[in-house]
Design a protein around this ligand. Sequence first.
Ligand code: GDP
Length: 472
Amino acid sequence: ELAARMSMRAVDLVKELMTQGQMVTSNEILDADTAQLIAEDLGHSVKRVAESDVEVGLEGEQDNEADMKPRPPVVTIMGHVDHGKTSLLDAMRQTDVVAGEAGGITQHIGAYQVTLGDDRKITFLDTPGHAAFTQMRARGAKVTDIIILVVAADDSIMPQTEEAISHAKAAGVPIIVAINKVDKPDANPNKVRTDLLQYEIQVESMGGDVQDVEVSALKKMNLDGLQDAILLQAELLDLKANPNRPANGAVVEARLDKGRGAVATLLVERGTLKRGDILVVGSEWGKVRAMTDDKGKPVQEAGPAFPVEVLGLNGAPEPGDTFNVVDSEAKAREIAEFRHRQRREKAAAKTSGTSLEQMMAQLQDSEIKELPIVIKGDVQGSIEAIVGSLEKFNNDEVRVRVLHTGVGGISESDVILAEASNAPVIGFNVRANKQARDEAERSKVEIRYYSVIYNLIDDIKATLSGMLEPEL
Ligand code: GDP
């Protein structure tokens, strides 16, 4: 396309680029700066009007500290299956003081907000399970402020509890432990607290700084205690946003409805979203035709941490896509089309996403040389030996960051976790199941199998030494 615009043959342009040290093919994507340089070298004058510049200014100006107002925390509930995530979400929802008065009917829109007696608010993402959280993170949305780790007091830490801890740590999101089912006769909350120590989670009564709250979702016991803990954590995080600016935020979920077209739940991060606003959402765009809250009530506007279901987009975006309000339909369309193309090209270009070699190349450009990995193995002993050996390599310049370890085959959720942090998955004497292989294929996460610890350590060592700055 660039060649055509300069009225020259593509092969000649490729030759020209190669003489300048750019090894490209004729259908490769050039970045805007390279394109401009080469066009100017060839005697053309360049005016950058679109595409490369379309996204400039989308985020708008930085907010002034004076305009920042406290905003509600956004909370995700995680934990092992059957430990009570859904029950807790339901129980929390019923504590909302405005739900009753409004007479609204609870709608499942992927997120809801409760207003407590003193008008303080908490927003919950109500898709329990780790996949939703990780998929959002993989797309760059960092909407969760706090993770509630639900642990059943009669069962203590189970595999998905471990996974949840790894997710929280990888995302750098603070945890509050909800010790659930304390109404049960065989409940043993203290076992949960001590078991958590193995995962470097020290609750307050164990001398640490992670809050823990005993609850019963079934008997609705101490829900206010949990809410207080959330609000305290929110205060510590000093969550603020400027409500008086055009909105941006993230997609929580989206679908195509036969009658209503694209329906998307958006969570505002900054600013206030209003009816009639023109939006770019991922690679879709549209105008906010109607907005409803989680009680099905029409609303005219939505401020920070307020989830709303929005009608009027021309297509369904993906969870975790970001949205921005822009000032004209033309601009919205242009950006959406640009991103559509970008996504297609990226998908085509992405041959291997997180191979060790690629990571090396990426890491060489970045300041912090960290190699994130997920390790699954056949027995705890060998996993510990592997982690121990890897930690020995850590020094001032490079380090291995073990996101998650576990005994057993490589599962889909291991791959999803790895994807969000651009990490490879290492299998020691274990294989990946079909779902995991499919997911890895789709997300281009590298899975490496080893049966000799020495080989594994050697490969990681080679990767790390590639990350070291050359001594000058
Ligand atoms: P999830 O898989 O984590 O979403 O767990 P659910 O919320 O579906 O709960 C699993 C089971 O545990 C259900 O039968 C619930 O009724 C029960 N359950 C949840 N919370 C409690 C609780 O606090 N006490 C007791 N006794 N049972 C509970």
